[in-house]
Design a protein around this ligand. Structure first.
Ligand code: BJ8
Length: 425
């Protein structure tokens, strides 16, 4: 890493020693998990570069944007609408992380039985190792699960710029009205942060930008239906993870480039894995960078992941926003229509999610489903049981996994996943 980056991190207030340790672990994990994969598409080189510069070049770009007067907004949930952020001349970045950090300190603020995703958000703040968080002019929390909802009360003492968005828990008319009024309130807050009023033109352009980004991911997902699978689940997950960090237009272009290559691979029957490799759909909690544990285990056990029913995956990216609206109000309605379909397990009841899992099993020709639940995540662990039961009634094998970010259970998970893959053969 250049000296230039070190002074940038120091200016952001990072703890350089702790940050070096984090980058060391992250770089090693990437080398051990990503680089040994065989038959990777060449266009994944872009994502290798992005990961090597995830705390470097991208942060430099964000700081350049800030110097030019743009604001940076950080979020922990796919319910925070990027369209509104972009339309007010700000940039949205994801703040969730998939690694434990400063756990002992975190457990002084949060109960031990809090999910790893929440603990990790606190660990990255307390440990001063996240340049995205330190660059953000506004951090958006949302009232989703009880864990996050209550944790934001404590996070408010650690950061100066927390904005909390309320979210409905029921897909009713009133629930939708709440989302609409919360998006209105968010729009006003973003406008006041940036000093830029959202216009019909700026909102339309933002909707198009985010739709293009999602459409590129849809194209990538579509290509994963082929057998042999043209891309590994690990690589496709990485693209879904980078979705939250990268410059939107560049991301769209890079994913489309992978898709061009994958189309040729499919024509030539060239795969990341051989034809008839057991195909798995992963469903459940989001897997943020660098949480690659489960896909690494699955794909070294001789199966391929063909889809993610997850917020870092199809739950987060499916459905485009209608671009036809003419006024800001009409477009906000369209944005609400789009986001209100996100079937997060915090909703009750949440039958859409099960339907979506079944649709994905059929569309991606999955032989089985692995339900990925983070320990202490009540919404997804609670749903896992009826999901497993419903899938088994349809003769779709399902393996229910409950884990965290540590590597302690890798051996045990391997044994279970290998037995599951054997069953699928
Ligand atoms: S829309 S999935 S991104 S809330 S793992 S913190 S649910 S206890 S992340 Fe999520 Fe938005 Fe829903 Fe998606 Fe709580 Fe569970 Fe932890 Fe979770």
């Amino acid at each position: 890493m250049s000296e230039d980056y070190r002074s940038m991190w120091a200016d952001l207030g990072l703890d350089l020693e702790a940050h070096d340790a984090l980058l060391g672990v992250l770089g090693q994990a990437y080398q051990d998990i990503y680089l040994p994969q065989k038959n990777r598409p060449e266009a994944m080189g872009y994502f290798d570069f992005v990961m090597s510069e995830v705390h470097g070049l991208r942060i430099r770009e964000l700081l350049d944007e800030k110097a030019a007067g743009r604001k940076i907004i950080g979020s922990y949930c796919v319910f925070v609408p990027e369209e509104i952020v972009l339309a007010a001349n700000a940039t949205l970045v994801g703040l969730c992380s998939g690694a434990d950090f400063a756990t002992e300190d975190v457990e002084r603020l949060l109960p031990r039985n809090t999910c790893a995703l929440i603990k990790s958000a606190f660990g990255f703040k307390i440990g001063k190792v996240c340049p995205y968080l330190e660059s953000a002019d506004m951090i958006v929390g949302e009232n989703t699960c009880d864990g996050k909802k209550k944790a934001y009360e404590s996070l408010n003492d650690l950061v100066e710029n927390l904005y909390v968005m309320d979210l409905p828990q029921v897909k009713s008319k009133d629930g939708k009205a709440l989302l609409r009024s919360e998006y209105n309130r968010f729009k006003a807050a973003v406008e006041s942060l940036t000093g830029v009023l959202i216009t019909a033109e700026s909102l339309k352009e933002a909707i198009r930008t985010v739709n293009a980004k999602r459409a590129a991911v849809h194209r990538l997902s579509f290509l994963r239906k082929a057998d042999p699978a043209p891309i590994s689940g690990l690589d496709a997950l990485l693209a879904n993870q980078v979705f939250f960090y990268d410059n939107p237009a560049r991301f769209t272009e890079s994913v489309n480039k992978i898709c061009d290559e994958l189309e040729k691979r499919i024509q030539n029957k060239q795969g990341a894995f051989p034809e008839k490799t057991p195909r798995i759909l992963v469903s459940g909690c989001p897997q943020a960078v660098p949480n690659w544990k489960l896909p690494m285990i699955v794909e070294t056990a001789g199966a391929v992941i063909v889809g993610e029913e997850s917020c870092v995956g199809e739950r987060g990216t499916r459905n485009l926003t209608d671009e036809a609206g003419k006024t800001v109000d009409e477009m906000l309605d369209a944005i609400v229509d789009r986001y209100f379909q996100v079937d997060c397990a915090i909703f009750t009841p949440n039958a859409d999610r099960l339907n979506h899992i079944q649709e994905m099993v059929a569309a991606y020709k999955a032989d089985g489903v692995i339900h990925y639940g983070l320990q202490f995540c009540q919404p997804y662990l609670m749903e896992a049981i009826p999901v497993e039961k419903a899938l088994e009634e349809l003769n779709i094998p399902c393996l229910r996994i409950e884990t965290d970010y540590s590597m302690e259970d890798v051996g045990q998970l391997k044994t279970r996943v290998e037995a599951f893959v054997e069953q699928l053969r």
